[in-house]
Write a protein that binds this ligand. Structure first.
Ligand code: UN1
Length: 528
């Protein structure tokens, strides 16, 4: 048990005094959701050999889930490789029918899947439903894509020749996902990979095995309904060793991994060593610049959702506000006022806006970061551990979001702490603000709040934000699936989801066809 940090300052936040559900009630909800989606999982009692499945809502272990053995992992990869040989020659629009059916099943079962997301990741119901909607959206996107895997025709320099590009399926895609988007990120990868003709082997976070069972069950049902091979999607449940099996297996053509920079630093070189491909979505350290011309009502709303939503546990969560000196005091006052009215508590209660942190380590990281920020001269408002109700057990971690006014971007501000901490920094010139935005090692998301088009355009220009996402007058989180998602620098460089991200899931062949009866050589070379 962790004691409350005396480093955290009390400001009297509003919290909902709801009764938390009991562990038994959570078990019943999880079983009902799994039954509804048709997942026939053998869930054992807590403490048995296997993977412990818990909930941050109460901090209890709810079940033991069967863990994939090394032999089973090998068999799953072999089955997915075998399935690839038929799936790659199945016409893409026919492959799209599988994804269309998956989207329908997700629509039918959105509340079941969302409840599992709430139970395992602690997301408030509206955000959990939003995450399932993100899955449905990417399914629809992928179905359209299944008729649009376009290659280019290029003007050949030789007479009687045609030059073109053809996109082919890549192979088996290994998908490694994190706890905070336990289902959407799987769907981004799976829906697109499947229409591209790839098969998928998924290793979800060890913290969210039940949502994974539900998704797998729905995919298998979709496959059965449309007559697709069941093995196009396989699930491996386990820890690091199972992840390593995917990373090191030469049959896995692409490893798409979401997680920490440290994880990416290990995965990247290991996959590169065997000339496999990687798609990495790693840490972020996202900032919003607030300029003197900003609409502050809008800025405050955008900032509060991005910083405190999901209890600061999105890759895209807002971690830094870079406010012009003339607006900083007002902005901080307004954010802290908004924070005081944010109900913290049971994520399934309708009024709650901030659910629990995922686990004790997250809480310790938050406490450590705040202590460091204070010793660097930061002034902390909020950020205390709270009891969300009478049934509260100290093994769950509920906190109020923190605002920290920092004199400078010290090392702690450069680090990503996966918790609701918002550092506020001030700037005098836009160049300085952009430099501060770009001064961190990560490069996922960024935003500017301004009504001055020159500032907005500059922020998105080549010498503006260096992030994969640069928004104007909206926060850093909550991207739509239609755009490519990912970032630069230590974020890993990959792009998932919409736009032309599909190209990462296919291989490209350049074809030169000579339909003349001559054999002219390129570059005018003469040979005999
Ligand atoms: C993540 O946190 O890994 O833009 C993904 C967003 C969501 C996805 C976040 N659509 O916040």
């Amino acid at each position: 048990m962790t004691t409350r940090a005396d480093s955290m300052q009390t400001t009297g936040p509003a919290t909902v005094q709801t009764e938390l559900p009991t562990a038994d009630a959570l078990r019943e909800r999880a079983r009902a959701a799994l039954r509804a989606v048709g997942a026939h999982a053998e869930l054992d009692a807590p403490g048995r050999p296997g993977l412990p499945s818990g909930s941050p809502i109460t901090g209890d272990v709810l079940f033991t889930v069967p863990e994939t053995s090394a032999t089973q992992a090998e068999a799953a990869i072999a089955a997915a490789s075998e399935a690839f040989t038929t799936w790659r020659v199945t016409p893409a629009p026919v492959r799209g029918a599988l994804v269309a059916r998956l989207g329908e099943l997700l629509t039918e079962h959105n509340a079941d899947v969302a409840d599992l997301v709430t139970i395992e990741a602690g997301k408030i119901t509206s955000e959990a439903l939003g995450e399932v909607q993100e899955m449905i959206d990417i399914c629809q996107f992928a179905v359209g894509l299944s008729r649009q895997l376009y290659g280019r025709t290029i003007a050949s320099e030789r007479p009687g020749h045609r030059l073109m590009e053809t996109w082919h399926p890549l192979g088996v895609v290994g998908v490694i996902t994190a706890f905070n988007f336990p289902v959407a990120v799987w769907a981004w990868n799976t829906a697109v990979a499947l229409v591209c003709g790839d098969t998928v082997v998924w290793k979800p976070s060890e913290l969210t095995p039940l949502t994974a069972l539900a998704c797998q069950a729905l995919l298998e049902r979709a496959a059965a309904d449309v007559g697709a091979p069941r093995e196009v999607g396989r699930l491996l449940q386990g820890g690091r060793e199972i992840g390593e099996a995917l990373v090191d297996d030469p049959r896995i053509a692409l490893v798409s991994a979401t997680g920490s920079v440290r994880m990416g630093q290990q995965v990247g070189p290991r996959v590169a060593q065997r000339f496999g491909k990687v798609l990495l979505e790693l840490g972020g350290n996202n900032a919003a610049v607030v300029t003197p011309s900003a609409d502050l009502d809008l800025a405050v709303r955008g900032i509060v959702f991005a910083a405190a939503g999901t209890a600061g546990q999105r890759c895209t969560s807002l971690r830094r506000v870079i406010a012009h000196r003339s607006v900083a005091d007002t902005l901080v006052d307004r954010i802290t006022t908004a924070y005081r009215s944010l109900p913290v508590g049971d994520p399934s209660a309708e009024s709650t806006l901030v659910g629990p942190l995922i686990h004790a380590r997250s809480y310790r990281d938050m406490v450590g970061a705040l202590e460091q920020a204070r010793s660097d001269g930061g002034e902390i408002i909020g950020g205390e551990r709270v009891s969300p109700g009478p049934e509260y057990d100290e093994s769950a971690y509920y906190v109020t979001p923190a605002v920290v006014r920092m004199p400078a971007q010290t090392a702690i501000v450069h680090a990503e702490t996966f918790a609701p901490i918002l550092y506020v920094l001030t700037y005098d010139s836009l160049d300085e603000a952009i430099a501060m935005n770009n001064a961190v090692p990560q490069g996922l998301s960024s935003a500017i709040f301004t009504t001055d088009m020159r500032e907005a355009e500059r922020f998105m220009a080549a010498d503006g934000s260096d992030c994969g996402i640069a928004n104007v007058n909206i926060g850093t989180s909550g991207a739509e699936i239609g755009g490519a998602f990912g970032g630069e620098k230590q974020t890993g460089g990959g792009r998932e989801s919409g736009s032309d991200s599909w190209k990462a899931y296919m291989r490209r062949a350049t074809n030169t066809v000579n339909y003349s009866s001559d054999l002219p050589l390129a570059q005018g070379v003469q040979f005999g």
